[in-house]
Ligand binder design. Structure first.
Ligand SMILES: Cc1ncc(COP(=O)(O)O)c(C=O)c1O
Length: 396
């Protein structure tokens, strides 16, 4: 066993007894290379993170240039740091003018924590409404508004005053009242197996929140930053949330989270009490430099119009009697098979044959795909052929 492998298993805390356990040498474009000479085609992008593939030259250059200038100099919110401002400017290009204030944190789950606090602060209310099967992260607040009861159970009590509603059930919207601080929804639910709200439903939700004075938080941590072919998934539905959370692909491969809203509301976190939400590393300059570079690439290379075409191609290739349903919006896919056992076999067989796909946390009869947005057609066809061969093989 290599020293690195030994430390990984003996000293680095594990999240699962079934870690994939490949030792990584390097990664480039849509391919990850292991120290034992394998190359793995990446149809997951670190779970919707590396949307521009691995080692994009513009992102690497931005990181190196920033490291040369400075790394951490002070906690978030005190000094003017050009890398943070550049990221702010990029976000201004792509977010609606109503969302003009961005708070940078270190991860998606932290962005959720900030968003929930902001909603309570702005409304002076306590009730939060979340969706069945939601996934918003693993810290206490984010876990409280997530829907997986098995994952919640050992960590009770979680936040009080969280009520749940079902996606696309108009009748449940009555639960949103003048007592409600916020409703939190992944614009397209990821871990639930890529569940897409009906256009009319999400517009009714938007209207009900406005009528009741409840803030609508849209979690775009997984579905945002171009993953679905629009910069933000809420653009598909012609609505604007009161608060939006981002993460994952925003950092261009570096760790970041962000919650954003209108300046007037965000300012409340700096008063009564002052320093109402603080972070040491949020807005780290190297991370912000990478994020700004990633957004610039998406904008300047005009990547988004190609996303749905690539996605439709995957959907047209993945046809097999064992595939029961393919749900997707842009390059965010759930592939339902006819049994959980087959999903297990297919994901494992794909990996053995050089293609990384992955499971969902809570949707066992499905597996997920989220390839880089700039994947070549050739790689895309190669990956789909490996999936079909694995599905065929699973019959034996
Ligand atoms: C929709 C959604 N929200 C929040 C999170 C949490 O993000 P992080 O893992 O960066 O804390 C995730 C992560 O998978 C996610 O998919």
């Amino acid at each position: 066993m290599s020293k690195s492998k030994d430390i990984f298993y003996q000293n680095l805390a594990q999240t699962t007894p079934f870690a994939l356990g490949y030792e990584i040498s390097h990664a480039e474009g849509s391919t990850i290379y292991t120290t034992d000479g394998r190359s793995i085609l990446d149809f997951i992008s670190g779970i919707a993170v590396s949307s521009l593939g691995h080692g994009h030259p513009a992102i690497k250059k931005a990181v190196v240039d920033q490291v040369e200038k400075h790394m951490h100099v002070m906690v978030y919110g005190e000094f003017i740091q050009e890398a943070q401002s550049r990221l702010g400017e990029e976000l201004k290009h792509v977010l609606p003018p109503e969302i003009d204030s961005y708070y940078f944190v270190n991860s998606g789950t932290e962005a959720i924590e900030g968003a929930l606090k902001l909603a309570k602060r702005v409304t002076g209310r306590q009730q939060m409404i979340a969706f069945e099967k939601a996934y918003h992260g693993s810290t206490h607040g984010a876990l409280s508004v997530s829907g997986n009861k098995v994952k919640q159970a050992p960590f009770l009590p979680l936040l009080p005053n969280v009520d749940r509603i079902r996606l696309n059930e108009i009748a449940d919207l009555n639960k949103i009242t003048t007592e409600t601080a916020c409703v939190i929804l992944e614009t397209i639910q990821g871990d639930a197996g890529v569940r897409i709200p009906d256009y009319d439903y999400i517009n009714a939700l938007r209207n009900r929140c406005t009528e009741m004075g409840a803030l609508l938080i849209l979690d775009e941590i997984q579905c945002g930053i171009g993953r679905t072919g629009k910069f933000m998934a809420f653009e598909h539905f012609n609505i604007i949330p009161d608060i939006v959370t981002m993460g994952k692909a925003l950092g261009g491969g570096m760790p970041i989270g962000c919650f954003a809203s209108k300046k007037e509301w965000m300012s409340e976190l700096s008063e009564n009490p002052m320093l109402g939400h603080i972070t040491t590393f949020g807005g780290h300059p190297v991370v912000c430099a990478a994020a700004a570079a990633a957004l610039k690439v998406i904008r300047e290379e005009n990547l988004l119009p190609t996303v749905q075409t690539k996605a439709d191609k995957i959907a047209s290739l993945l046809v097999h009697p064992f595939i029961k349903e393919v749900r997707y919006k842009g390059l965010m896919f759930a592939i339902d098979l006819d049994s959980e056992d087959r999903v297990q076999k297919v994901v494992e067989d794909c990996l053995a044959n050089g293609l990384l796909t992955f499971w969902f946390l809570s949707t066992a009869y499905s597996f997920r795909l989220a390839p880089p947005l700039n994947i070549t057609d050739e790689d895309l066809e190669k990956g789909c052929a490996i999936i079909l061969a694995a599905i065929e093989q699973s019959a034996n």
